[in-house]
Ligand binder design. Structure first.
Ligand code: PEP
Length: 254
């Protein structure tokens, strides 16, 4: 089953107008030089940069995504941004359920599910993030936690076109640590089985599962070659065009 590789950058709360625009321009230019046309690229800058980055990406095949959204279309939600507003700005994707949102903002599976539904209703694609903490991993609960997160945060409207799942072990995010390639493949295969249980085998076989958590140029080739890894969600290394592109090159340059 051929699934289109997705290389996605999560800039988090980084970038001012000038450096964010420059980074987007560099990525857009470098992506044009890559050999393999069947890879997809995505950058998710902070809300403040979406409009500038959209302009910087004009004419390139790099998609624009947000890092979060509200579940409502509009209304009395001070400080929030709706999927419709993101669409209006040119976004085609939004990350939801990132562990930093689940931890720092107390976001539950139920809320993430509502956000996914709202993104789908607005015609946007959801990148739903899941992953276990170190404590959960050490007590052998990795698959159980991921199963609960998928069951609770992936809505029935999800299909292989409008949804991507990003497996990001919390303990691997920004730490330089990663599970072994064998562990990543095992977890991704288990995640695909859970998706099959929830949405059917045909959807599960087509749905992209990204790995995220300290992906860098030195480990990208091994991680991105795994059977059930269909791309990467990259945090820190997406802030340097050379690192982001070197990761992309490892799978999309051949
Ligand atoms: C992330 O936060 O989505 C992430 C994967 O971060 P990093 O690559 O820095 O570990």
């Amino acid at each position: 089953m051929a699934r289109k590789i997705l290389i996605a950058g999560n800039w988090k709360m980084n970038g001012l107008l000038q450096d964010g625009t420059n980074l987007a321009k560099e990525v857009a230019n470098e992506v044009k030089k890559l050999g393999k046309p069947e890879c997809e690229f995505l950058v998710c800058p902070p809300f403040t940069l979406l409009d500038r980055v959209k302009k910087a990406l004009r004419g390139s095949k790099v998609a624009l995504g947000a890092q979060d959204c509200h579940m409502a279309e509009k209304g009395a939600h001070t400080g929030d941004i709706s999927p419709l507003m993101l669409k209006d700005l040119g976004c085609t994707y939004a990350l939801i359920g990132h562990s930093e949102r689940r931890t720092n903002h107390g976001e539950s599976n139920e809320l993430v599910c509502k956000k996914a539904l709202s993104l789908h209703a607005s015609g946007l694609k959801a990148v739903i993030c899941i992953g276990e903490t170190l404590e959960e991993r050490e007590s052998g609960k990795t698959i159980e936690v991921c199963t609960n997160q998928i069951m609770g945060s992936v809505p029935e409207t999800a299909n292989a076109t409008n949804t991507v799942i990003a497996y990001e072990p919390v303990w691997a995010i920004g730490t330089g640590k990663t599970p072994t390639a064998t562990e990543v493949q095992e977890t991704h295969a288990a995640i695909r089985k859970v998706v099959a249980k929830k949405l059917g085998k045909s959807v599960a076989n087509k749905m992209r599962l990204l790995y995220g958590g300290s992906v860098k140029p030195s480990n990208a080739t091994e991680l991105l070659a795994l059977e059930d890894v269909d791309g990467a969600l990259i945090g820190g290394a997406s802030l340097k065009a050379t690192d982001f592109m070197s990761i992309a090159q490892s799978v999309c340059g051949k």
